[in-house]
Design a protein around this ligand. Structure first.
Ligand SMILES: [Zn+2]
Length: 425
């Protein structure tokens, strides 16, 4: 309902017709049988399909939503009303990558006497592929690193796919009350589906966020050459930030319509916006930006430039006289909070740096392993921004026209003082 209800009339009720529910279950079971046959998840597969092909009835009736059943690509949220896809073509199915993997793993090679004798043939199948599209596999640990390899996404361009997703969601949200309620029922179903809608919105924003600091990972055998790690071009990363600024940092008021709020009470979409900002300022991402700059300066989005762009998005240009509304003031506090976590990291290690102080159980791969935060450039850059923010906030306080705005800027000054002075107390 949430992902395809706009384009698929069968998905507009909680009593999903048996035909569609049956097909969906058949595909879930096929995925689990894939595991039984030895196949692993492969989240890069859905990125083999151009976003616009997902709107084509011809393409989707042949391929569904992803090149393998082993991807977490569940529903075609790209197709728009009027594209005329069949209901079963909105969901996943066995695809060309499954053919490739099963052939590679199971075909008998009569000329080979031992398993070792098969190696040359198997490697040849991988290097010189003849399938409908080149087989790719990315291990799941690169999920937050490679924007092609994400769960719950479809298509080869996260910004373009998410743009279509939001077009659909903007049509679905105004229908949620009528699609989830029947005479005599309470609003429990509406509450559950609305919560899932916000969750899905967060996932969509996550797909775009991963583009920033994104690195494409193509693990290779030695006869496939180099370029295992390729930094996502800077222009794409900047476009992703612009998209997030327009759709997530700017309050998406359409996501909290009055007809739902009047039934469920206050709808806290600010918390969801804060999640996006928290992820953007997460240490793993900032570290990847720094590492990308080191390995591929031509493509990289320099860390300092990203931080400057994000600061402008959240705080506006100094002296512009922009008055932040309640949601924006909240995001600005989150911003200071995230920089504070870099300057004065919490006692327990930050994400990924081992669990509860215990040494990591395994060696993390490049671009996934956390930095030595204190020895990195991150605290210096965070402190520099905090000083700028404090200067701007002082100016903001002296020119503020109302009590709340003035109190906000003074509070920001105090908060930054607390962060920068923490160690000297
Ligand atoms: Zn699975």
């Amino acid at each position: 309902m949430i992902e395809t209800g706009a384009a698929n009339p069968m998905a507009r009720t909680l009593d999903i017709p048996e035909e569609l529910m049956g097909e969906t279950m058949r595909q879930v079971i096929a995925h689990e049988i894939g595991h039984a046959l030895g196949l692993q998840h492969n989240m890069v597969a859905s990125s083999m399909f151009p976003v616009d092909s997902l709107r084509s009835p011809t393409f989707t009736s042949k391929y569904g939503v992803s090149a393998t059943i082993m991807d977490y690509a569940r529903q075609n949220y790209v197709a728009q009303p009027g594209d005329n896809l069949k209901p079963k073509d909105f969901i996943r199915r066995v695809g060309p990558f499954d053919d490739f993997a099963i052939n590679w793993g199971y075909r008998t090679i009569p000329s080979a006497k031992t398993a070792d004798d098969e190696r040359a043939t198997l490697n040849n199948w991988l290097v010189h592929q003849t399938g409908a599209m080149p087989y790719r596999y990315v291990p799941q640990q690169y999920g937050g690193v490679d924007p092609r390899s994400q769960t719950e996404d479809v298509g080869d361009d996260p910004v373009k796919a998410t743009d279509y997703a939001l077009k659909n969601m903007r049509k679905v949200v105004p229908q949620l009350v009528s699609w989830t309620t029947r005479a005599g029922d309470d609003y429990a179903d509406l509450g559950e589906i609305y919560d899932e809608t916000l969750g899905m919105w967060g996932l969509y924003m996550g797909h775009v966020t991963t583009v920033i600091g994104g690195v494409n990972v193509d693990l290779k055998s030695s006869d496939q050459g180099a370029n295992v790690y390729r930094v996502v071009p800077k222009a794409k990363q900047k476009a992703a930030l612009a998209f997030l600024n327009a759709n997530a940092l700017t309050t998406p008021a359409w996501l909290a319509p009055t007809d739902i709020e009047s039934r469920l009470g206050p709808l806290n979409i600010g918390a969801r916006q804060a999640n996006v900002l928290t992820s953007l300022l997460g240490v793993p991402r900032l570290n990847r930006l720094a590492e990308s700059e080191q390995v591929d300066p031509a493509n990289a989005y320099p860390l300092a430039e990203f931080l400057a762009d994000l600061k402008t998005d959240v705080w506006a240009t100094p002296g512009s006289g922009t008055v932040p509304d309640a949601n924006r003031r909240m995001l600005q506090r989150v911003y200071v909070e995230r920089l504070a976590a870099i300057v004065n990291p919490p006692a327990s290690p930050v994400a990924g740096a081992g669990f509860g102080g215990a040494p990591p159980q395994f060696t993390l791969p490049p671009f996934v392993a956390p930095p030595n935060l204190a020895r990195s450039d991150l605290p210096a850059l965070a402190r520099a921004q905090l000083r700028q923010i404090r200067d701007d906030a002082r100016r903001g306080a002296s020119s503020a026209k109302n009590a709340t705005t003035r109190a906000h800027w003074l509070d920001i000054v105090d908060r930054v003082d607390d962060v920068l002075e923490a160690k000297r107390r």
